[in-house]
Design a protein around this ligand. Structure first.
Ligand code: ZN
Length: 630
């Protein structure tokens, strides 16, 4: 029996001990209200997700089997995390009642799902599907849905400590493992996309192992990863992530299997298996995936993938990113930061959060984008898997904010690290040394500065570290009696019992990125970019070159919100060699606004720009709302 805590990585502060402040906090609270804690969230959104388990319609819609079963788990995971963060006791009671209701729907054999036939785990035979339904079948999400139910139950158990919930989770897992064994089915042969969505059950299976110590779940987890090592039927995720080949060469026809967030979800499980077994190659494979994604899949919005697929997104001038993709890219980066302590992962996390992620959350907190585009308008979907109030990305959005809360400050032995600088308060215990209260303030996104105040009730000194972001051109720290200047890494100060304060100042330069379009564009990209949104959106697919502007952690954009005209946003692109001067201006509609002076070929243009995330975070029937290109 291996030790469950062999690793000694930094720990996030508990959710209840961190409190976001300012504009980011307000945005999160609006989302949490509309999606998690309001009467509408309970009576309409949650009700619809639970009802799917009563109706079990996922395998009754024709050629494709759907994924109504994922929404309950996603909703509960978000609700549990928000409940821990907010301390909302009414929400806790609602979760308890909801889980009790759901468990009543579990059949005596342990099955708890939204498919009428638990063993309907394969994509339908193509020829048969064509004959019967007149279309080729692509989807089967039976085990993927159960992954979210299992995870939701385990999160609820963690919050509520109710043994009946853990038993229901074990029964669900036992039924799955035993029925696959009984029918001689390997997990990688099930479901859609070469078994990748099914395989992502690895993570909750390991959480179940931690909760029960039952080796059955660890053994099953080991079988799952063994199928990612040397199986020609699959993209061999682990072996290939450790190897040299770019992701698009792991297996033929990437659009048929390289589904971005499902794959990153699998690696969350691989990292968990590393924590449990201490087998370093698992961690190295996740690091390998991260570097491959960064090299070839990072899009201009600091997310990864091209509309939910890994297919050389970095080569494209147009960008579209599923919210779930940026959320899981953040999750991958944060897990790797926790395991390695390497701030490079936190740099990637920060850029993803302030850009791709926040752009995906509607400003009013009621809904979110299925795809954040580089220009035009974001892609919203109002009905998914024949459900109207639950959505794959929208149900996931609270986890993005929670991930920020988890990463804002971490503790490791006698060391506390401030990793992120949008305002927050936190109280952390430092082992047996005592506690430290932190209060982070300032206008980090507007001017690159933050003030860190602390009250330390400690018997011995604590090492307080502050991350220097990769984008910083200069970094200064000022505190009583000392100043430091560094280029990268961390500022470190020794904190004694008592109170104190420090200010960090990060210099920024305006980075103008010039993008040339690829020599030839596979017709897959404009189709995928447009995603059946119509001709007008398709016309905006860019085929010429363009420039984008990054300032500190923010990608900038022109937008109707900044009163930019269509001609400004969608007129001819400027050539390379553009210079941009920015001056911060007040605008309460956006996170950061600037007046921009653009100099090119002896001409100077004046315009206003804002952070990309605020440029189009609303639903619009107009196609030409914003652009990151100047
Ligand atoms: Zn999604």
């Amino acid at each position: 029996m291996p030790s469950l805590l062999q690793y000694k990585s930094p720990c996030p502060a508990s959710l209840s001990s961190v409190n976001l402040k300012g504009a980011i906090a307000e945005h999160f609270e609006r989302l949490a209200y509309h999606r998690i804690s309001s009467a509408f969230a309970h009576n309409v959104v949650y009700h619809e997700a639970e009802e799917a388990f009563r109706q079990r319609l996922d395998d009754t819609f024709g050629a494709d089997c759907l994924w109504q079963g994922e929404f309950w788990g996603k909703w509960i995971i978000s609700a549990v995390l928000y409940c821990e963060y907010s301390g909302d006791l009414e929400l806790k009671e609602f979760i308890q009642q909801g889980v009790r209701n759901l468990i009543k729907l579990q059949t005596p054999d342990g099955y708890l799902g939204t498919y009428r036939d638990p063993m309907n785990v394969f994509v339908r035979n193509l020829a048969e599907s064509l004959k019967t339904y007149g279309v080729k079948s692509k989807w089967n999400w039976n085990i993927w849905c159960r992954k979210y139910t299992l995870w939701g139950l385990l999160e609820a158990h963690r919050l509520l400590g109710d043994e009946a919930i853990l038993q229901a989770a074990s029964k669900l897992a036992n039924h799955l493992i035993d029925s696959l064994a009984e029918h001689g089915i390997s997990l990688s042969s099930t479901g859609t996309l070469k078994g990748i969505p099914s395989g992502s059950i690895l993570k909750p299976m390991l959480l179940l192992y931690r909760a029960t110590n039952d080796s059955k779940y660890l053994e099953f987890a080991k079988v799952i990863v063994s199928e990612w090592m040397n199986n020609p039927e699959t993209p061999n995720l682990i072996t290939n992530a450790l190897g040299e080949k770019p992701l698009t060469e792991w297996h033929p026809a990437p659009p048929e299997w390289a589904k971005a967030y499902e794959m990153m979800s699998c690696f969350e499980g691989v990292i968990e298996l590393y924590r449990i077994t201490g087998e370093r190659s698992f961690l190295e494979s996740a690091i390998g995936l991260h570097s491959k994604l960064k090299a070839r899949e990072l899009n201009h919005m600091f997310s990864v993938g091209f509309n939910d697929i890994f297919y050389d997104a970095s080569s494209q001038i147009n960008g579209i990113s599923e919210a779930c993709d940026v959320i899981h890219w953040m999750r991958l980066c944060s897990e790797l930061f926790l395991e390695t302590g390497n701030p490079v992962f936190m740099d990637d996390f920060e850029l993803a959060f302030y850009n791709g992620f926040l752009a995906s959350v509607c400003k009013d907190g009621k809904w979110g984008a299925r795809g954040a585009r580089s220009h035009g308008r974001h892609y919203y979907v109002f009905e998914q898997a024949k459900m109207k109030h639950n959505h794959c990305c929208v149900n996931n959005l609270p986890r993005g904010f929670i991930n920020y809360v988890q990463m804002a400050v971490t503790a490791h032995g006698d060391e506390v690290s401030v990793n992120l600088y949008s305002p927050f308060e936190a109280e952390l215990s430092i082992g047996e040394r005592g506690t430290i209260k932190l209060d982070i303030d300032g206008e980090y996104l507007r001017n690159g500065e933050a003030t860190i105040r602390w009250i330390a009730e400690v018997d011995e000194p604590v090492n307080l570290r502050m991350r220097i972001p990769r984008w910083a051109t200069t970094a200064e720290l000022h505190t009583a009696g000392q100043s430091q200047e560094k280029r990268d890494g961390w500022f470190e100060i020794e904190v004694q019992r008592g109170s104190g304060a420090a200010t960090v100042r990060f210099g920024r330069s305006v980075v103008v990125r010039h993008h040339e379009p690829p020599n030839s564009v596979d017709p897959w990209y404009p189709r995928r970019w447009n995603n059946w949104e119509g001709e007008e959106i398709e016309k905006l697919f860019k085929t010429d070159s363009g420039n984008t502007v990054v300032y500190g952690p923010l990608l900038l954009a022109r937008s109707t919100t900044m009163n930019c005209t269509e001609e400004e946003m969608f007129g001819p692109s400027l050539p390379s060699g553009v210079e941009v001067v920015l001056r911060s201006i007040e605008n309460s509609e956006v996170l950061a606004a600037f007046e921009a002076e653009i100099c090119c070929g002896g001409r100077t243009y004046r315009t206003q720009v804002c952070d990309f995330a605020s440029a189009a975070n609303f639903i619009s029937d107009k196609e030409k709302v914003f652009s990151i290109f100047i």
